[in-house]
Design a protein around this ligand. Structure first.
Ligand code: SF4
Length: 362
């Protein structure tokens, strides 16, 4: 293994280079990585941060992921589904605020009722939000889990053009410790490839600081993003949830997981260069300035929480989620201030697609 720190301006990072970057602990090395990632971001994606208004459509899920607070077996969760009119209200609110895009996230379900409801909502959002500023309506990212290629195509034809499906980890042994046997990395990879074939901008991501996860695993995750030609990345630190089987799993300190998550954002930026990377709420849950830090380490997307307040506390994948009590206007004002405080601009009234996707003309 190389003992010298890698050249951060190089074009092609090896796995050992990525491991060395992720292992940076001294302030000067971490700052060198942050600064290099910021330069690569500005060169490839510009200074703008894009907002995607996030609505957590439903916490009903058919799956039992061992780390997730809304897993099917958690009896402490009151289940909900947002009605169509409330989703449309969020969409209109996003347009009025100048957001170019929204994200619809939900627990995974495969019933025809669920699929047709999502399809109908996608069509209605497009009809309701097409305007002079957004001639093709709001950009829509969908994140509703593993579905068949036919279902993905229905959603795409109805107006979703980005899809987020996190692999969580590419190490198969670790994946098996996070999921019941019926969930496999192979199925998830097949879904990601199917989404790409249909024409989506494809997003994935991982959890950082999982019990037993190594720097080598995380380097492999970044190389997986590259190999699979991923357009968008959403990842954050692992936060144990006491209501889940992994609630007591030993993991590193919160500070350590935040450091590693920021270095993962920076390393992903250095290696992939022109993808969109989200600065997630999980970062802010562990560090009050986590999301600004994520932006300064190379992220360029934020997903302000727009889920209606009466159900917001019921979509808790992990404890300590920020913004539960703030209304959408307060969330927006807070984020605007945070973004300006670090010298970045907000990209209003445009979709803010991943430059990587646009270059590929996929
Ligand atoms: S992580 Fe997603 S698929 Fe797994 S239980 Fe939670 S909501 Fe369901």
């Amino acid at each position: 293994m190389s003992t010298t720190f890698p050249d951060l301006k190089q074009a092609n990072f090896s796995k050992q280079d990525i491991i060395a970057i992720l292992g940076a602990t001294s302030d000067d090395k971490i700052e060198a990585v942050r600064s290099a990632a910021q330069n690569v971001l500005l060169e490839n994606c510009g200074n703008k941060v894009y907002f995607r208004g996030l609505i957590e459509f439903s916490n009903i899920c058919r799956c039992n992921c061992y780390y997730c607070g809304i897993r099917k077996s958690n009896q402490n969760v009151m289940r909900y589904e947002v009605n169509t009119e409330d989703v449309l209200d969020v969409a209109r609110w996003c347009v009025n605020q100048g957001y170019g895009s929204m994200v619809i996230q939900s627990g995974e379900r495969r019933s025809e009722r669920f699929i047709s409801k999502i399809t109908e909502i996608l069509k209605l959002i497009k009809q309701e939000t097409t305007c002079e500023e957004l001639p093709q309506g709001l950009g829509i990212t969908l994140s509703v889990g593993e579905q068949t290629p036919e279902t993905y195509k229905r959603f795409f034809d109805a107006g979703a053009h980005r899809y987020l499906l996190r692999i969580e980890t590419t190490n198969p042994d670790l994946f098996a410790k996070l999921h019941p046997p019926e969930q496999t990395p192979e199925t998830r990879i097949a879904c990601l490839r199917s989404l790409r074939e249909i024409g989506y901008q494809v997003g994935t991501g991982v959890m950082i600081g999982l019990p037993e996860q190594t720097l080598e695993d995380l380097a492999d995750d970044i190389l997986f993003f590259k190999r699979e030609d991923i357009d968008m990345i959403g990842m954050g630190p692992f936060i144990p949830n006491e209501e889940t089987p992994l609630g007591q799993a030993p993991c590193s300190t919160a500070q350590e997981r935040v450091r590693l998550a920021l270095l993962m954002i920076a390393a992903t930026r250095l290696v992939l260069k022109d993808v969109n990377i989200a600065s997630t709420t999980a970062l802010q849950a562990l560090d009050p300035e986590g999301r600004e830090k994520g932006l300064s380490f190379g992220a360029n997307i934020m997903m302000p929480l727009m889920t209606p307040q009466n159900v917001r506390e019921k979509y808790l994948l992990y404890p300590g989620k920020p913004g539960l009590q703030q209304d959408s206007s307060a969330v927006h004002a807070d984020l605007e201030k945070r973004i300006k405080s670090i010298g970045r601009e907000i990209g209003y009234n445009i979709w803010g697609d991943s430059p990587h996707f646009r270059k590929g003309v996929k």
